[in-house]
Design a protein around this ligand. Sequence first.
Ligand SMILES: [Zn+2]
Length: 463
Amino acid sequence: MIRFFNTLSGKVEPFEPIDPGVVKLYTCGPTVYDYPHIGNWRAYVFEDLLKRFLVFSGLRVTHVMNLTDVDDKTIKGANAKGVSLEDYTRPFIEAFKADLRTLDILPADHYPRATEHIPEMVGIIKVLLGKGVAYRKDGSIYFAIDKFPAYGRLAKINLEDLRPGSRGDSDEYEKESVHDFALWKAPKEGEPVWETEIGPGRPGWHIECSAMSSKYLGRTFDIHCGGVDNIFPHHENEIAQSEAANGVKFVNFWLHCHHLVVDGEKMAKSKGNFYRLADVLAEGYDPGELRYLLLSTHYRKMLNFTYDALLQARAGRNRIRDLIFDLRKIDRSGQPNPEIARLIGTARAGFIAGLEDDLNVSEAMAALFEFVRAVNIVISRDELGHQDARRALDFIDEIDGNVLACLSGEMRVSGTAQAKAEARARARVQRDFKLADDLRKELLDEGYVIEDTKDGGYRLKRV
Ligand SMILES: [Zn+2]
């Protein structure tokens, strides 16, 4: 039985999809005005773990992730560069998709873009105007939150603090200034304008997710995800728009992942503690190591990113990779050891039970590490035959290939390190052990340990 903490109810609840066997999932995607930072990647990796685990549990998942290519930030960026919105956002969209592949995040079924769904947004705004839940003011159209009694339920906002009639045009604002928000913004100098049935202008940020989720997933769907900073106002406003327009519940489960901080502080470019994926990889870390770190803190806990934590992630991941390496080498025959089948069964059950419990990844990883420890003991006693080694490898492949996706990938080795490792191998063949040893030391200085294998090959490992 899968259980998730639902932000809407504030409780852990058993998860059942609306249509048996099929999960409809919407995750708020990037605003493509810049490259995502590692805090954004934390949310996308969490959503990927969620989706992979649902699929692993035998469910089909239809996943939609929007791309916000028109909003306050993209317009500002395009104007600053003097290019069209499309020219401005295109490279960020391409880079985002490349980074998804780098981090082994499964692609969504649909990546709808806001600029390609203006008619759908206009359709919802027309309904809201017709129902008297939206009103016009100075060429813009606003959602009247006092006409939607459930407003504030997701973010737990007390509407008594509300100043009646206050409204705002910016897409993002704090809880303290809860107000009527813009569905449609009047034309402004330097902003793109769409000529539509509701008048000229451009959409607010929130309406796009209401329009695109219902287009691809229906008016009521199973799971909506984002970071905790999306809860208010973005997700609160999505609920208000969708439920006021459609008259049915918008989403059954709201799952939000917590912030990532760096060295205990909020990430900010001004503080010099702002990291993108490329920054971390440039420091010599593997994407699998970052993914491992982002995954291994429970999604509802604050994640404190430090390079020390990344080194610890590397060490933890290497313990499993060392076992994979050792298991692949085992060639001794021998009767199957019933102990291995038992260890696999226990580890699989523990791994699944952990993730079923609101994606408790610590419990799941503990089951895996217990397996690693126990199998290492069997190997050290020389009691593992190649058939059992194969079974153990298949089990690790099963959970890594399907769910974790960060354990067994090839290591990224710098060109110079690769060349040195090759030169060392040649030096050994030529019995120039002095040169071979010098190269080994140079590699160590660059952070690589070299291990020789029985078949005359070698393996590089990061330390
Ligand atoms: Zn959204």
